[in-house]
Design a protein around this ligand. Structure first.
Ligand code: SF4
Length: 344
């Protein structure tokens, strides 16, 4: 892995265009190749592998694009058991993961009763870097998570278009969400954000606005998830986001932010036909995620009805090897720590 985590590359300015986002054919191959080269130059041939475990599917929010929204009465709600999660994560986690992400709907009960004690124990008993994706929480609760030992907060802004954000009932207001992202970044967290590519009504200009909004935030990384209509959501009849614009947006982010952490998301398998997830690795992703959510809980997440698209360790390692890459032994948390030392 490159010793200098903030190496700059030539030929990158900070103003991506609609034309770049919409490229196809040979020009698209060139864009993705440039993103690939940028990634290899920055991170070598290795990618980070992070486990994710979903600790609760309760959510007080009501986002139209998400099956966990509070008005979805079809979903059986679940919170994980602390002892079972500890047994899994301390003693039976896959050997390839160096980091762990704890994820849930916006559920402060699960944060207090599961996430915080879990993080304290993991911090004591494992070398795992720990990130959380737990929604917009109070400043006190966010600080408790940090003090327990988590270091990265994943909080997506989902859409940079105020009207879309409001119409899809995303959490709070867009301004509040962006303000909270900046607050987290200013109060000890590495912050990774994200947005959805292909939301109904977004358009290519909207996607470009999302890329620019991400570039404008104090982030260490960003995910781009193609929109996939959930069957028990108000958007169930909508069309999925496109594979190519999603990959092009990922490639642009990589070229413009060489040292960011950009995940390949499993939803690429749904919209990306044969290439799917591996297309993300070719377009600048440097993080793979292995889903560790216990099987008895998976049935309660609508996403798992598409089980064949979920990335387990075997599928991740196969995709990584297929692209001629290797798994990093340095954790994401250690990498981010090294950036902080260079740019305190
Ligand atoms: S996207 Fe997040 S905050 Fe919105 S309903 Fe789903 S879990 Fe809740």
């Amino acid at each position: 892995m490159n010793a200098n985590p903030v190496q700059e590359l030539p030929g990158t300015d900070d103003s991506p265009s609609v034309a770049e986002l919409g490229v196809t054919g040979h020009a698209q191959q060139e864009l993705h190749h440039r993103a690939w080269t940028t990634t290899r130059c920055q991170f070598g041939d290795s990618v980070f592998v992070r486990g994710v475990v979903e600790i609760s599917n309760h959510c007080r929010e009501n986002c139209h694009y998400c099956g966990m929204r509070r008005e979805n009465r079809d979903l059986k709600r679940y919170r994980g058991r602390l002892d079972a999660l500890l047994e899994l994560l301390v003693h039976r986690r896959p050997g390839s993961i160096t980091d762990l992400n704890l994820q849930a709907g916006e559920d402060p009960v699960a944060v207090r009763e599961i996430a915080i004690p879990l993080i304290r124990t993991l911090r004591r008993e494992t070398p795992l870097g720990i990130s959380v994706c737990l929604g917009t929480l109070s400043k006190d609760l966010s600080t408790e998570l940090l003090e327990a030992g988590a270091t990265t907060y994943i909080i997506k802004f989902e859409s940079s278009q105020e009207a879309l954000y409001r119409s899809f009932e995303a959490p709070g207001t867009l301004t509040e969400r962006l303000t909270h992202i900046r607050w987290l970044a200013g109060n000890g967290w590495n912050v990774s954000s994200g947005f959805i590519s292909g939301l109904p009504g977004q358009g290519i200009d909207g996607l470009l606005g999302d890329v620019r909004a991400a570039l404008d935030l104090p982030l260490i990384g960003c995910s781009i998830s193609p929109f996939v209509p959930g069957e028990s959501t108000p958007l169930r009849g909508a069309t999925s986001g496109g594979f190519d614009p999603t990959l092009n947006a990922m490639a642009l982010l990589r070229i413009l932010r060489p040292n960011w952490v950009i995940p390949a998301v499993s939803a690429l398998n749904i919209v990306g036909a044969d290439l799917g997830y591996r297309g993300g690795l070719r377009a600048g992703a440097n993080l793979c995620t292995i889903n560790l959510t216990p099987p008895e809980m998976r049935g309660d997440y609508l996403l798992y009805k598409r089980d064949r698209f979920i990335m387990d360790e075997e599928r991740v390692l196969s995709a990584v090897a297929h692209e001629g890459l290797t798994v990093s032994r340095k954790s994401l948390a250690a990498f981010l720590g090294s950036i902080a030392q260079v740019h305190p």
